[in-house]
Design a protein around this ligand. Structure first.
Ligand code: ADP
Ligand code: ZN
Ligand code: ZN
Length: 680
């Protein structure tokens, strides 16, 4: 007996900036599975959509004829995101107030965003894979130190308790956190489970991948990061989706990887700003990971040498378990950190005589030096000494950086490039001068000062070609004496055993910044960079050059360490009801016409919020953004704060309600950033 076909109403997410699902009709015996893709008519085109909900349609009557457009075709037979992942994506769309279709489709590999069925080859990979269990693999493992053993034991015990709580593993750089992750993963791995490891930047952590590969042998491991081709990403995604890949390592977007047997999430460098997506769908991978672990009732471990203030506070208030690693295996020596006042000296190559002497003696001992400067290019400014003209970007409110090797002016904000003018465009003076220094100039100056030394520069410019970074890292790892010059690309993940001196330049701007998160970031960066010095059996030394040697927070950091420094910052945050003692959302608006337009728009939004909400929301602004103009758009922002998360979210919901008439928006682009961390 064949069943009569029924008619369904399908609620479908489409990859458009719309805050609602779309309804279509579908006539068949059974509805398509939730999480499968369908082809739908949208406007004049066919578009891809993902089935979110299905319900049986009420029978068609004369009064209520069936008016929904029908689905054109089914694209998949197997759901792409599983039910759990769909729930997470929904939650994320609500929490970040972002259009649900965009959230869902941005979580899918590009190949799946196209209105095409999967090839039969890929279709096969989507089938469920039954992971074999393995005997616990015997390899030449390191003997854990007592401290590591205790740490591992605590974590294992906590993970047996209900309800589970996220674990913050606060271990100094080189204390062996990665080793702890490996031991936590091993039994799950053997049992056929899956583990998700989120890292800040995979390209910069080749050693981490090697260690996983070494520890787990020929494990099916899926790596998801921005350097993959669409095809590679698709394959890795499907391997995770089927359960075949036991270990999934990826950057922030990997948090959306489906994994049917997920049993543990590890976040490495939980404090790192790159875990936050800064454009479009602005989510924080750490926070979503915590949510995902909670939904699945599985453990989550977050490791860092420099916890974010949020996580530290969560540990203080017992929302997180907290465990520390204070020692480096094999050595008890911590790097010796000193502040060097630059003011009394005439600098050479940006370095004080003291720093230059330290470099000389380190090289003479056959050891390596790193000079850290977080600014690429030759010089951050090109100007005319006779009339004061400065090379600035036509599209942004910033100066252009001069890149000597390419002899170009480059805007580091919009990427615009310009030929270097031969004479001043204003007064025709042929003698233009540079001001300040970037890594390119530092490299040249160090090479001139130490002609016999090898100088290796690592920054985005010097490693843009494939294989360049690896080649440079290999040179450094040869352990021959040399000077390494670099930006924050060097701050983490690298283990250079013969590096014993780190010199940090030009931190004054961050010390004096008005951004309330700048000091936290600076502290984290300094500790991370300092952590490169002195591994293995050699003592490390760190020199911090600054013209603000009396800055109290710098003293706190250098004199007492990261934790007291962070606690002090937390005190300040508490006073101002800033996160984690309050909740924030940043509304950004930009206009091609003028700053005034952008400010006006936000002012109207602010008024709307006053009407729709009581006194629970504090407003800061609207004010012009720090970077007032970028890529031809004038940028303004309105910061909303509240001590009650629910009040803030209710206000945002009202604002985004489609029935609310927003003020004149022509030429305005605007966005909502929940839990913002970047105020530029
Ligand atoms: P972290 O992740 O905390 O920076 P790692 O796990 O990378 O630290 O460890 C730093 C270095 O110390 C690595 O070279 C690692 O192989 C080594 N190491 C870690 N644990 C031990 C141990 N128990 N015995 C000897 N060496 C260890
Ligand atoms: Zn001039
Ligand atoms: Zn620009």
């Amino acid at each position: 007996m064949t069943q009569a076909p029924s008619r369904y109403i399908l609620h479908i997410a489409v990859p458009r900036p719309l805050r609602t699902l779309f309804s279509y009709s579908y006539a068949n015996v059974s509805a398509p599975l939730l999480g499968t893709r369908v082809l739908i008519p949208l406007g004049k085109q066919s578009a891809v959509g993902l089935v979110i909900r299905a319900e049986i349609a009420p029978p068609e009557t004369a009064d209520s004829p069936f008016t929904l457009k029908p689905v054109e075709a089914l694209l998949d037979t197997t759901p792409l995101p599983d039910a759990h992942l769909l729930e997470l994506l929904h939650w994320a769309a609500r929490y970040y107030h972002h259009p649900v279709g965009e959230v869902i489709f941005s979580a899918l590999p590009v190949a799946l965003r196209k209105p095409k069925p999967l090839s039969s080859r890929l279709q096969k990979l989507l089938g469920r894979y039954e992971a074999p269990t393995l005997a616990p693999i015997e390899r030449n493992h390191l003997q854990l130190t007592d401290e590591q053993q205790q740490c591992l034991h605590s974590i294992e015990q906590w993970n047996l308790q209900a309800p589970l709580r996220p674990i913050l593993l606060h271990g100094i750089t080189g204390s062996g956190k990665t080793e702890i992750y490996l031991r936590l993963i091993a039994p799950l791995f053997a049992a056929g489970k899956q583990v998700l490891v989120i890292v800040p930047e995979i390209g910069l952590t080749p050693q981490l991948l090697l260690r996983f590969a070494h520890f787990f042998g020929d494990t099916p491991m899926a790596c998801l990061h921005s350097a993959l081709s669409d095809g590679e990403r698709m394959k890795a995604w499907l391997q995770a989706r089927s359960g075949e890949a036991r270990i999934i390592i990826g950057t922030r977007s990997a948090i959306f990887t489906p994994a049917p047997n997920l049993a543990l999430i590890v976040i490495d460098e939980e404090h790192d700003a790159s875990l936050k997506q800064q454009e479009g769908f602005r989510y924080h991978a750490r926070d979503l990971a915590i949510k995902r672990a909670q939904m699945l009732n599985i453990p989550i471990v977050m490791g860092t040498a420099t916890p974010s203030l949020e996580s530290l506070y969560n540990a203080d208030t017992a929302r997180f378990h907290y465990v520390r690693l204070n020692q480096r295996p094999g050595t008890t020596r911590k790097p010796d950190l000193q502040i060097q006042d630059t003011r009394p000296f005439e600098l050479q190559a940006g370095l004080t005589p003291h720093s230059l002497q330290a470099i000389r003696t380190t090289l003479a001992r056959g050891e390596q030096v790193m000079v850290f400067l977080n600014r690429r290019g030759f010089a951050p400014a090109l100007y005319c000494p006779s009339c004061g003209w400065q090379a600035s970007c036509q599209h942004c409110s910033v100066k252009m950086t001069w890149h000597a090797r390419r002899n170009k002016l480059v805007c580091h904000h919009c990427g615009a490039e310009q030929a270097t003018p031969l004479r001043c465009p204003q007064c025709q003076n042929p003698q233009l001068t540079t001001q300040g220094q970037g890594t390119e100039r530092l490299e040249l100056a160090l090479q001139t000062h130490f002609p016999a030394a090898v100088v290796v520069r690592i920054d985005r410019d010097s490693t843009s070609r494939k294989g360049e970074l690896e080649a440079k890292l290999a040179t450094v790892r040869s352990n021959d004496p040399l000077i390494l010059v670099g930006t924050q690309m060097l701050a983490k993940g690298h283990d250079f055993p013969n590096l014993t001196l780190v010199i940090i330049l030009d931190i004054d701007q961050s010390l004096l910044s008005t951004d309330y998160r700048a000091l936290e970031r600076l502290g984290q960066l300094l500790i991370q960079v300092a952590g490169r010095a002195g591994r293995a059996d050699k003592a490390g030394r760190v020199i911090l050059q600054t013209s603000q040697p009396d800055h109290p927070m710098l003293h706190q950091l250098v004199g007492h360490g990261y934790t007291p420094f962070a606690r002090q910052l937390l005190e300040d945050r508490k006073r101002w009801h800033f996160p984690p003692f309050g909740y924030q959302a940043l509304i950004r608006a930009s206009s091609t016409a003028s700053m005034e337009k952008a400010l006006q728009f936000l002012e109207q939004i602010s008024q709307l919020l006053i009407v729709t909400d009581g006194a629970d929301i504090q407003r800061l602004g609207p004010i012009p953004a720090l970077l007032e103009k970028r890529a031809n758009r004038y940028r303004a922002q309105l910061l909303l704060g509240s001590q009650h998360r629910a009040a803030l979210h209710a206000a945002l919901l009202q604002l985004l309600n489609p029935s609310v008439k927003l003020p004149g928006r022509s030429g305005i682009r605007w966005s909502v950033d929940v839990d913002p961390i970047d105020f530029s």
